[in-house]
Design a protein. Structure first.
Lengths: 461, 461
């Protein structure tokens, strides 16, 4: 298919219809009215702002969550803002119908109105980056900047966002490390169009620093400090935030997601297809057959998790999985990969692919140098002891089977775990070469590397 | 038992009887006569010198190999010395009866006379370290220095040598890395007696530099260069050779052997016993039972070896065994230890203790960074490919079983082998969890760590 045809076909699916636009507009107007009314009732000096893709008109058809920010005066103390902001949110939530409290840097209200998800987030009414006090304050500035610079390229942003979703490279959440909506907008503004951004995938990576608002000239010291810090942390990209020279818009973008974008951009340009935007579902497969093919083993830990949003839970699951990887490697088990996620409403799983589930009954235990007090101690305490160079070694009897090894590691606190998971992981159910029915496909995607692989049909995570 | 009694008992066994002394003296006189006679016949200006423990009267009862050095004038070219020296050796050898040519830095004649082994070694008649031209030239100077300084402490040296043999720490051969006879003599001269040397085991290690002839004052530059070099190479001990400031007498002493001495000296002083000098034979045991106890596996390679003296063969076996250790670790097999040695007249063995003999059918193959030419190539060539950070990884199908792994490594020259063994090791017979009858006890000693262990009954190797 020709590029033009593909793009036309995709646009048809992702640009909201006039009907949808009218609906969204109506919802926003109603929400603003309710917010103003409740603020007045509570006697609060607060301004409602819409931010995010709805406010910038870069949302994808059917994907219209509302971000309504409640901006308080700059001179209000933070504690007061938290309290009053949450109070106002609750009042609005009550009017809208069902709502719940969600926890990020500060608590906020998550409501539903006419089947649209509405986040009611308190913030400061900042005019400038020097005013920024909390992590969410910049959103208002972002929205203003994009609206001032997008120049009608809204559908180019929609194409890029949908493309990034299709190749599983979208999402700035800490556990995703993909491209954010704001970053997509900046790239389109900077390079002109969806296709031009793709054509420059390699160039963008090599250019390394993007400074759309010219901060390096306006605030050289602050901007260069940002660049230096981010380059030292080996980020794939440094995009100095047009509204704040202290911030890299691409700070959460990982090499893995940039790499997906890098290869898929090239493949798409070589051979355009709508499939990049709307990939087929992952192939289904049999995890047991996959395990047999590879000759590896699958360990699955199932455990309760406390009530935490994904932003908090997933990094802890990742940390814990890596903790197991490290601890098991030290014990002589080869870890080929790990995978983690939620399992039902109250549980989570960690999967580990191992090269074996049994090891010898003895392990070689390295000791201290022989001529030290500790060396003489080690010599006295161990029966089978020998030297390699100046270091003493001894034979140590250990658990042979993975279950015993894992239980032992957990008991002795020798696995680095996410801080809210420490107790529950210790009580985990440990499954060897078997997963319960609802995890069978997850196990297949993991073992076959369909999940993280660069080729094949990658469904966004 | 009291120290005194133990020492008396040991001395009785190790000090040669008057009868043995007379026999040795007779043999030496006869050999000297024959050597002078043959030299005269050949018209050679050569002086016979006895060196080694016989010449220093520090030999152990029953252990009286003769080292007869044939010293040529300093102005003779090396080639001529080699040729004439070997010629003279052969003539003497013929007169003595059976003889053979042995190969060290230079070829020399090894003969037998009245059932005593006689080495006939050509060298230069050096008067001073500045004259030294070949590795053996110093021996004459060593003998002179010891005889001038030993002060009748010959039996103290005998005790120390026998003790070191008993604890398997004696022998300066490159593959043994133990204490040499000359080093034992210097330690007794320096510290006064056998017991005093033992009492100072820790002190000697900490003192680090021993300079019995005061070279640091007489030749500071050369002596300090020696010290610096040896300390940089992390030698346990630097003993500046009393006859040559450029040389560390303990250059070949390894930490392992010093460690044996360190622990055994202390144990002996705590609880003196003749067993240290004359240990029981190694316990016999069943290697299969040992393997089962540990849950490990034993791989044995049997291969032909070219005709080489131990000094040349053993370092090559060691290098090869370490080569296997490294290559197999890279392939994901845990190597708990290695062992090597001769097997019959024409073969050698390498044993490897492994944590397993099978691995998964797939291996994770790390590739290049993704944004390079090689990265794009790697992406194209591999089907299952993914990113960890900026590095690409792929799945690779590999040999599962140790036999296939070893054959593959050898075919692709991926094992560092001793240079004279490269061809024959490739043709090695590979045995898994089984050794032929004559190697059964060797396998037991290896797997049980009786061989290198610091405790238990260590027979000198």
């Amino acid at each position: 298919m020709e590029m033009k045809e593909v793009i036309a076909e995709v646009l048809q699916k992702i640009v909201p219809t006039e009907e949808e636009r009218a609906f969204v507009k109506g919802v926003m107007e109603e929400l603003e009215g309710i917010a103003r009314e409740k603020a007045e009732e509570l006697g609060l000096e607060v301004k409602p702002y819409f931010v995010g893709s709805l406010a910038k008109d870069t949302y994808l058809a059917g994907d219209h969550d509302v971000d309504l920010f409640l901006a308080f005066p700059l001179d209000m103390p933070l504690e007061e803002l938290r309290e009053k902001g949450l109070g106002l949110g609750k009042e609005i939530g009550k009017t809208l119908g069902e709502y719940e409290i969600a926890y990020a840097e500060h608590p906020y209200v998550r409501a539903k109105y006419r089947s649209v998800k509405v986040d009611l987030v308190p913030c400061y009414d900042v005019k400038d980056w020097r005013d920024v006090k909390t992590a969410v304050d910049r959103s208002i500035l972002h929205t203003k900047w994009v609206n001032a610079n997008l120049n009608g390229k809204n559908n180019e942003v929609r194409l890029l966002k949908r493309f990034l979703k299709g190749i599983a490279a979208y999402g700035s959440e800490i556990y995703v490390r993909g491209f954010s909506g704001y970053l997509s907008e900046i790239l389109v503004i900077k390079y002109g169009s969806f296709v031009e951004v793709l054509e420059k995938a390699d160039f963008i990576l090599r250019q390394k620093v993007i400074d759309p608002a010219g901060w390096v000239k306006r605030e050289p010291e602050i901007a260069m400090k940002t660049v230096k810090r981010e380059v030292e942390e080996d980020k794939p990209l440094v995009v100095i935030d047009p509204v704040d020279p202290r911030r890299n818009v691409a700070a959460n973008l990982g090499w893995e997601k940039y790499g997906r974008f890098y290869f898929k951009a090239d493949e798409f340009l070589q051979k355009p297809s709508a499939e990049f935007f709307f990939p087929e579902e992952h192939r289904k497969g049999n995890y047991l057959a996959e395990m047999r093919r590879k000759g590896t083993h699958l360990i699955t830990l199932l455990f309760e998790v406390p009530e935490l949003v994904d932003d908090l839970l997933f990094p802890q699951l990742e940390k814990s999985a890596k903790g197991f990887e490290k601890a098991l490697s030290r014990e002589g088990f080869g870890v080929l990969g790990w995978n983690a996620g939620r399992y039902g409403a109250e549980k989570a799983f960690i999967m580990l692919e191992l090269d074996r589930v049994e090891r010898p009954r003895v392990k070689i235990h390295p000791g201290p140098e022989f001529f030290t007090e500790r060396g003489r101690d080690f010599y006295r305490k161990n029966e089978r002891v020998w030297l390699v160079g100046k270091r003493l070694y001894a034979e140590k009897v250990v658990n042979e089977h993975i279950i015993g090894v894992l239980r032992g590691l957990l008991e002795k606190n020798q696995v680095a775990l996410g801080k809210n998971l420490r107790e529950t992981v210790k009580e985990a159910e440990i499954l060897v070469d078997y997963v319960p029915k609802p995890l069978e496909n997850e196990a297949y995607l993991f073992l076959s590397r369909e999940k993280e692989g660069l080729k094949g049909h990658n469904r966004p995570l």
